[in-house]
Design a protein around this ligand. Structure first.
Ligand code: SF4
Length: 701
């Protein structure tokens, strides 16, 4: 009997980036298993990963051929790829001629492969002449990016997953890895089970599944993270549990950090956070007495109007204790999406430039422009994710090209996003599935190849670059996103887009990184395919990758020191609650769904976990509103309302409610559509939305 060919690839969901063995039999049936040889997951997969074969197998929802309409009064009609490209190029050229290059924009995704991200940035920033290229990673990691840059000099996750097994203290803040990064959580759980002295502190207004392994759960009031981290800093300084030598030799600005930490007494900080002062002391003691300390965080800190401040206050703890660049130590942002990191490497945001070069630096812009063979690159940041839709709404932006993301469901204040798309002169949607609600707004709809149907690379949360091969053919006339982009660029008449495959794009990107802190010039496409994954930097062909950064304690700042940063905002700046909207809404993920459910929503096994949206609320708040578990309630904010069933417990703090973000327009009503009610506020520096805090009221339906 012939042995089935096993293709090694990477899961297309979260930033953990698990390795998979994929095989296809003679009938086309796809099988997925965890790759036991892959260092990240060692054969394990979570429920979402295990069921990816159903997603890839089922093509009933797929967009199979290009479609377009001549005006909003005309129906969509099938067209050839050539007609689609000609129309797109003609409309873009005409809008740019009339209104300038900043009248068009691209909104892409942390699920795009690195080559796709690279191309759309080269196209927009280099050749169209606009920095209006942003990504849904703006909703995910941009506060962490700013924190890393300010304190370490560059957007650089210092540690590796293998540091988990070397650590004896974890501070998990604003994250629920048990559900959202399950395989990473399994590794922490196993490490704790084998080493009961390992301490785990969880900071979250909800008692989540992650709390099951916690030694201490700090159930703080939403928005009080900075106050808590400063209180921990104060205790560490007072009890001399800081690394004075490291602070003196390898940091700057310690006195400012100390001054801020001492602004509030521990007692006052505890009152403001809504927790016991002894719990602050206990948590600080765990950190101060640890031989190796890791802080982990994700959206609970990042998705905030003070997201950058929260990141800086947390990173201060690693610098105070000198717990960075050492085994088992360091700050570790958990990336939500599979390739948010790869996107950042190629400058995939309106405020970034390729190869971690600085958009604000004229020398860097010149280097990139010369490399690409284009005219000058503008130093002005383009529209960020929410700004792009605001600009459409105001008529400043005329055309938008949306790739692999569903902003009608995922962006805050959904009704405004819908209105903005209706006002746009031209909307291109490039996606795999009709299940994306955003496709309904397309003037031009382009069918993209999905996971297993195209080749490319991704970088996971620990800077590991992996190759994803094409295993099956895309359905219908769908094309790889990279090919769609380079063919569009050719139709626009731009030089430098005559690629034959994604490997050529990858090798060009590698060359651009040479001499930078993310130098992967030693990791050619051939080497990546032959030798497997590597953690950047990989500066020469013999280099085996870099699991841990800053082992020499030289940081990427100008003075090579890490910089303490004083959070500019101690107190939360979110919208205020009042007697009309007295509760705080927190949105987030559930275990078996992914983003806006365009993929996971069609897998029966995954739907069995949580089949419909729900509002988690404290029993006291429910009692006061005469609500029982399972009742349908109305949740209202200053922007809109949704209906949803309530789930009542004591796991969530009083005055806080939680609504999953996955559900959009189900059966054409707004049942459970969280972003009907979320607000428009963003962090002023990172421009990341304030998804974790909006004022609402809940009442009986
Ligand atoms: Fe995929 Fe993330 Fe699950 Fe791993 S943990 S299988 S990457 S969803």
């Amino acid at each position: 009997m012939l042995k089935k060919k096993v293709n090694k690839t990477i899961c297309s969901y979260c930033g953990v980036g698990c390795g998979m063995d994929v095989s296809v039999d003679s009938k086309g049936t796809i099988t997925v298993e965890g790759d036991v040889s892959y260092p990240v997951n060692k054969g394990m997969l979570c429920s979402k990963g295990k069921n990816l074969n159903y997603v890839a197998q089922d093509t009933t929802d797929r967009i199979l051929f290009p479609q377009m309409r001549w005006s909003r009064n005309h129906p969509m009609q099938r067209v050839s790829w050539d007609s689609a490209f000609e129309r797109a190029a003609a409309v873009f050229k005409s809008i740019i001629d009339r209104h300038g290059p900043d009248s068009v924009g691209f909104y892409v995704s942390g699920q795009c492969l690195t080559e796709e991200y690279y191309l759309v940035n080269k196209l927009a920033k280099g050749f169209i002449g606009t920095n209006n290229i942003d990504t849904n990673s703006r909703l995910c990691m941009s506060s962490a990016v700013v924190g890393y840059k300010k304190m370490l000099g560059e957007d650089s996750v210092p540690i590796s997953y293998d540091d988990i097994e070397l650590s004896d203290c974890f501070l998990i803040a604003g994250a629920n890895p048990a559900w959202c990064h399950p395989i990473l959580f399994r590794r922490i759980e196993k490490h704790k089970a084998e080493n009961p002295n390992v301490k785990i502190i969880v900071v979250d207004p909800r008692k989540t599944q992650t709390c099951a392994i916690a030694d201490l759960h700090l159930q703080i009031l939403p928005g009080t993270d900075v106050i808590l981290f400063n209180a921990l800093a104060r205790w560490l300084i007072e009890k001399r549990k800081i690394d004075k030598k490291f602070i003196k030799q390898h940091t700057s600005n310690f006195e400012a950090c100390k001054k801020t930490a001492f602004e509030l007494s521990l007692k006052r900080a505890a009152e403001l956070c809504g927790i016991a002062v002894d719990d602050i002391r206990k948590a600080a003691g765990f950190i101060g007495n640890a031989k190796a300390f890791i802080s982990m965080w994700t959206m609970g800190l990042n998705q905030s109007v003070i997201g950058v401040a929260k990141n800086m206050a947390l990173l201060n703890l690693s610098l105070l204790t000198g717990q960075i660049g050492k085994p088992g130590s360091g700050p570790f942002s958990l990336t939500g999406q599979p390739n948010a990191m790869g996107g950042r490497e190629v400058g995939g945001m309106a405020s970034l430039l390729a190869a971690h070069k600085d958009l604000g630096n004229p020398k860097h812009r010149k280097e990139v422009a010369e490399f690409w063979g284009c005219k000058a690159i503008s130093g002005e940041a383009g529209y960020t994710a929410t700004e792009m839709f605001d600009a459409l709404d105001r008529g400043k932006l005329k055309a938008i090209w949306i790739i692999c993301t569903n902003p009608v469901v995922s962006l805050p204040n959904s009704h405004k996003v819908e209105r903005a798309l209706k006002k746009a002169s031209f909307v291109v949607v490039q996606d795999i599935s009709h299940r994306s609600e955003t496709t309904q707004f397309a003037d031009l709809l382009l069918p993209a190849a999905g996971w297993l149907e195209k080749e490319g690379t991704m970088t996971n949360s620990e800077r590991r670059i992996s190759y994803l091969p094409q295993v099956i053919d895309p359905p219908g006339e769908a094309l790889p996103d990279a090919e769609i982009l380079w063919r569009f660029a050719q139709h626009m008449g731009f030089k430098g887009f005559d690629y034959k495959n994604a490997g050529e794009v990858y090798d060009e990107h590698c060359l651009l990184t040479k001499g930078t802190h993310i130098d992967i010039s030693g990791l050619s496409h051939r080497r990546l395919k032959d030798e497997g994954s590597f953690q950047w930097p990989v500066p020469d062909p013999k280099h085996m990758g870099t699991p841990r950064l800053f082992t020499d304690l030289r940081f990427y700042t100008n003075d090579q020191k890490s910089h303490f940063n004083v959070p500019p905002k101690l107190y939360n700046q979110s919208e205020e609650t009042d007697s009309t909207f007295p509760l705080i809404l927190n949105t987030g993920r559930v275990r078996d769904q992914w983003h806006t459910r365009t993929k996971t929503g069609k897998v029966k096994r995954l739907l069995a976990h949580i089949p419909e949206p729900y509002l988690e609320m404290n029993k006291v708040d429910a009692y006061l509103r005469d609500l029982k578990d399972g009742d349908v309630a109305i949740v209202k904010s200053r922007r809109g309302q949704v209906q949803v069933k309530v789930k009542v417990n004591f796991d969530i703090r009083e005055r806080v409610v939680f609504l999953p973000m996955h559900w959009g327009k189900v059966l054409n009503n707004d049942f459970g559509r969280a972003n009907n009610i979320t607000n428009d506020l963003v962090d002023p520096i990172s421009k990341e939305p304030d998804f974790k805090y909006c004022a609402v009221q809940v009442g009986k339906f």
